[in-house]
Design a protein around this ligand. Structure first.
Ligand code: DGI
Ligand code: FE
Ligand code: FE
Length: 193
């Protein structure tokens, strides 16, 4: 994994200290989940390493970048441009880090809201972002961390449920993608039990 080391050094100059620490936490947590689910650890680590690479970009730059690369910006993303760091991150990973693995780029693009029918890597990244060891604010973290190594889909559903609760409490605007993804996973569980 020579690239990983190269990307790590480069990334360090583009995000703040706390974000870098979080990023390494996500990278290693994604590797652990990959081991548990027999997924490629190198790909999981690369997705973890680059997932927040656009986090410190000014909002207008993220909007510009998405427009330039013909990536659709929804109304809610325009109102809450922090949400765009996921889509912008996928673009940066592609053009600045030369990542051409579409699975990795997709996982980065959907890591904040999720999307229905996520791939194994999408779910690994989504979960690793939420449970990495440095996180301590979310409710039910201990339970979610335990679930993460047993069932990916149920863990995704639980994270979305808790996130929607949290957003409702602090009256944060809910991205339809977050709501739709939650409904998707809730319905799937009802179909399979
Ligand atoms: O970038 P990170 O902080 O590491 O993590 P992230 O990209 O998963 O972003 C987490 C934040 O995103 C968290 O505060 C909840 C918020 N979020 C997730 N879905 C939605 C949302 N915020 C709004 N306003 N609407 C959503 O649907
Ligand atoms: Fe993020
Ligand atoms: Fe993150």
């Amino acid at each position: 994994m020579k690239d990983l080391e190269k990307y790590r050094k480069k990334l360090k100059h583009h995000i703040d200290k706390e974000r870098y620490r979080h990023t390494l936490g996500v990278m290693y947590t994604a590797a652990s989940l990959a081991m548990a689910y027999h997924y490629d650890t190198g790909k999981a680590m690369l997705a973890g390493l680059l997932h927040d690479c656009a986090k410190n970009m000014p909002h207008d730059k993220k909007i510009e970048l998405c427009q330039k690369h013909h990536v659709e910006i929804t109304d809610i993303e325009r109102e809450n441009p922090f949400l765009l760091h996921a889509k912008a991150g996928a673009i940066i990973a592609k053009i600045k880090y030369d990542v051409d693995d579409e699975e990795i780029l997709h996982a980065i693009a959907v890591h904040t809201t999720g999307t229905p029918a996520m791939s194994t890597l999408d779910m690994i990244l989504f979960i690793a972002d939420y449970i990495e060891p440095g996180r301590d604010k979310a409710q039910n973290l201990a339970q979610v961390r335990e679930m993460a190594f047993k069932n990916l889909e149920q863990t995704v559903e639980k994270i979305l449920y808790d996130t929607l609760n949290y957003l409702n409490e602090k009256s944060g605007r809910i991205d339809p993608a977050t709501q739709i993804t939650y409904e998707y996973y809730k319905n799937r569980r009802n179909l399979t039990v």
